[in-house]
Ligand binder design. Structure first.
Ligand code: ATP
Length: 569
C-alpha cells in the first residue's frame, strides 16, 4: 500500500470536565496518555469563563476575574447541565454570576459586550463555549484538528444530562465519541500502566475528592472488565471546604490585629479565598506555607504563615467526613474494608497528605493506596480522569458508532456478574490432621463478570472410595484474630500506664490482625464420583453462561466418563 492510500488516523482527545477544573489529554503513538497544558501552561484549567469589555477569558485568567468582575464570571456550572432551576444548589455560584431560571433550565445573565444589554447564556451555551476553548487548546498543542473526544462525568449524571453534554460539545465543533464515568476513567488510567494484557482481578475503590464534591465508587475488575458495584456522593465536601477552613482561620487572625472581618466584604473574601487555595496547595508539598495579600480589607495588608499540623487540625472534621463516605460506600457494596484490594485517590484534593494517610490507616496494610504521598509511583490524582478518557478515546477512535454503543459502553457499566462467590467443597474423610473435614475452594469470586469458566484439579481421596463434590455459594468473611489485649501485654510485658496515650492507640489499630475465612452459604449442586482410587486426581470445571446458568463437569483424571450437570441461573 502506498502512503497516500493509508487510512488517515483520527486525532482524538480525552476531556475531564469538572465543576472546578477541566483537563485535556491525548495518547501518544507509544500508547502513553499525557495531559496537555493550555496556552498559559495550565494542565488544570479552571472551568470558568469571564466577560470583560469585549473579551472572553477562560481558565485561570477568568478565575482571577472572580475578584474584580464576579457578576460576569461564570463558574461551577457543570452540575447544572440538564437540571431545572428548582433542582440546583446555587451555593457555589454565590461569588460568581448567579444562575437564573430559564425555559431550558438554568442560565446566567452576563454583560458579554461593553455597554451592551446583558445577554442570557444558557448552561448549554456556556458548556459549548468552554469545550470550544478546550478543543482549541488541544488543537494548538497538537498542531492538528481534533476529530473527536471522550468526556468523563460523575456516575450520577443522568442519560438526559449526557445527551445535553454531547449536544453542547457538538455545537462547539467537537464530536463526542463516548461519555464515560469518572471512576472508570481513573481505573483505566492505572490499568493501562500494567504491562500485561490480563490485568489481575481486583476490587478497587476510587475516591474522587474534587473542588465542590466527593464521589466514591467500588468497582470490580475481573478479567479486564469493570463492574460498578456501588457509588456514594457528598455534594458538600470538597477542596472548597478545605479553603474555607483556612479562610476562617486567617480571618480570625486578621480580626484580632485590625478589628475588620475580611469575610464581610465580597471583594476581600474573594481575594482571601483565592490565596487560601494557593496556601493549601503549598501545604501538600511542604510543612509550612506563607500567605501575603496586599490591601486585604480596611486598607490593611495581610501576611501570615500556617503549618501543615495546624491545617490538618483545622480540616479534621472534613477528613472524618471523607473516611465516613469511604466506609459507607464499601458497606453499600455489601463488602467490608478487607475486600478492597486497592484504593485510587483521584481529584485535586487527593494531593492532601493527611487524607491519604487517613485512608491508608483505615485499610489493612495489604490494600494499596494510590496517592502521591503514600506511593511515589502513583499517578497525579488531578490527571486521572483526563488520562483515562484519552486512553478510551484512542481505543475506540476507529470504531463505528454502533460498535461503541454496543461493545464498550456496557463493558464498563452493566456487565452481568456473579452476586456470590462460587466454590467447590471436597469432603475428605482424612483431613490434614487425620480427621474428616470439608475443604472449600473458591473458583469464582463474587462480582466476576460472566460468562466465565474455571477448571481445577484436586486429590480426591488419600484412602480410596467415593468422593462427594458439592458446588456451593460461598462468602468470604473477615475474622478479627487480634490477640486479646491481656494476652499481648503478658507476651510483650507492655506497660499499662501507656493506655491513655493516643499515639499508642493508633499503633494498636495498625496491629489488628484480620483473617479471611470462607463460609459456605448454600449448596447449589452435588456430584458423587464412585470408586476413586487412592491419590487419584479429580478435575472439576465450572462454566457460568451469560444468563448465569451454571454447568458443572467433574471427572477422574485419566479415568473414563465423568459427571455433568446444569443449574439454571
Ligand atoms: P468538582 O467537580 O468536585 O468541583 P473538579 O473535578 O472540577 O471538582 P479537581 O481539579 O479534581 O476539580 O479538584 C479541584 C480541587 O483540588 C480544588 O479545591 C483545588 O484547590 C484542589 N487541589 C488541587 N491541587 C491541590 C493540591 N496540590 N493540594 C491540595 N488541594 C489541591
Amino acid at each position: 500500500m502506498s502512503d497516500s492510500e493509508e487510512p488517515q488516523q483520527k486525532t482524538v482527545i480525552g476531556i475531564a470536565f469538572g465543576n472546578s477544573n477541566s483537563s485535556i489529554a491525548f495518547t501518544s503513538p507509544d500508547g502513553k496518555a499525557e495531559v496537555i497544558a493550555n496556552e498559559e501552561g495550565d494542565r488544570q484549567i479552571p472551568s470558568v469563563l469571564s466577560y470583560v469589555g469585549d473579551e472572553e477569558y477562560h481558565g485561570a485568567q477568568a478565575k482571577s476575574h472572580l475578584i474584580r468582575n464576579p457578576k460576569n464570571t461564570v463558574a461551577y456550572f457543570r452540575d447544572f447541565i440538564g437540571k431545572s432551576f428548582a433542582d440546583i444548589d446555587p451555593t457555589y455560584a454565590h461569588s460568581s454570576a448567579h444562575p437564573i431560571q430559564h425555559e431550558t433550565g438554568v442560565a446566567f445573565s452576563v454583560e458579554e459586550k461593553a455597554g451592551a444589554e446583558p445577554s442570557t447564556l444558557t448552561v448549554s451555551e456556556i458548556t459549548t463555549r468552554h469545550i470550544r476553548r478546550l478543543k482549541e487548546s488541544a488543537a494548538d498543542f497538537l498542531g492538528k484538528t481534533i476529530d473527536g473526544c471522550v468526556i468523563t462525568v460523575p456516575t450520577d449524571f443522568s442519560e438526559a444530562q449526557r445527551k445535553l453534554l454531547s449536544e453542547a460539545s457538538k455545537a462547539s465543533g467537537l464530536e463526542v465519541l463516548q461519555i464515560i464515568q469518572e471512576p472508570v476513567a481513573s481505573l483505566l488510567a492505572y490499568t493501562a500502566r500494567e504491562e500485561t494484557s490480563h490485568p489481575a482481578d481486583k476490587t478497587v475503590l476510587v475516591l474522587d475528592i474534587g473542588g465542590t464534591r466527593t464521589d466514591a465508587a467500588v468497582i470490580a475488575s475481573r478479567g479486564g472488565l469493570f463492574t460498578l458495584l456501588a457509588t456514594q456522593h457528598d455534594y458538600e465536601l470538597g477542596g472548597r471546604h478545605f479553603d474555607d477552613a483556612l479562610v476562617d482561620h486567617f480571618s480570625k487572625e486578621f480580626i484580632k490585629k485590625h478589628k475588620v472581618d475580611p469575610r464581610e466584604n465580597e471583594r476581600s473574601l474573594a481575594k482571601l479565598k483565592l490565596e487560601c487555595e494557593a496556601t493549601k496547595k503549598t501545604l501538600s508539598l511542604s510543612n509550612s506555607a506563607q500567605i501575603s495579600i496586599e490591601s486585604l480589607a480596611g486598607g490593611f495588608d495581610f501576611h501570615s504563615t500556617v503549618n501543615r499540623l495546624r491545617f490538618d487540625l483545622l480540616s479534621k472534621k472534613l477528613a472524618d467526613q471523607i473516611v465516613g463516605l469511604v466506609e459507607s460506600v464499601v458497606k453499600k457494596a455489601g463488602m467490608d474494608l478487607t475486600d478492597i484490594n486497592e484504593v485510587i485517590l483521584a481529584g485535586g484534593t487527593s494531593h492532601t497528605p493527611k487524607i491519604a494517610s487517613r485512608i491508608q490507616q483505615l485499610f489493612p496494610s495489604t490494600t494499596a493506596v494510590q496517592a502521591p504521598s503514600t506511593n511515589p509511583n502513583a499517578l497525579n490524582p488531578s490527571e486521572l480522569s483526563a488520562r483515562g478518557a484519552a486512553i478510551q478515546a484512542s481505543l475506540i477512535a476507529e470504531f463505528e458508532a454502533e460498535d461503541i454503543e454496543q461493545s464498550t459502553h456496557p463493558a464498563v457499566t452493566v456487565t452481568p456478574h456473579l452476586a456470590k462467590a462460587i466454590g467447590v467443597v471436597i469432603h475428605s474423610p482424612e483431613g490434614d490432621e487425620g480427621k474428616a473435614e470439608d475443604k472449600v475452594y473458591v473458583f469464582l469470586d463474587a462480582e466476576t463478570a460472566v460468562p466465565a469458566r474455571r477448571t481445577a484439579t484436586f486429590v480426591g481421596t488419600q484412602v480410596g472410595g467415593d468422593v462427594l463434590i458439592r458446588i456451593v455459594e460461598a462468602k468470604k468473611e473477615s475474622v478479627d484474630v487480634t490477640p486479646p489485649k491481656e494476652v499481648k501485654e503478658k507476651v510483650e510485658g507492655a506497660d499499662e500506664d501507656d493506655e491513655d496515650d493516643d499515639d499508642d492507640d493508633e499503633e494498636e489499630e495498625e496491629e489488628k490482625v484480620i483473617k479471611r475465612v470462607t463460609e459456605v452459604e448454600k449448596v447449589i449442586a452435588e456430584a458423587l464420583l464412585k470408586d476413586v482410587k487412592k491419590g487419584q486426581k479429580i478435575e472439576v470445571m465450572l462454566n457460568v453462561a451469560g444468563d448465569l446458568t451454571l454447568t458443572v463437569t467433574a471427572r477422574v483424571v485419566g479415568g473414563k466418563g465423568g459427571i455433568r450437570g446444569t443449574v439454571p441461573g
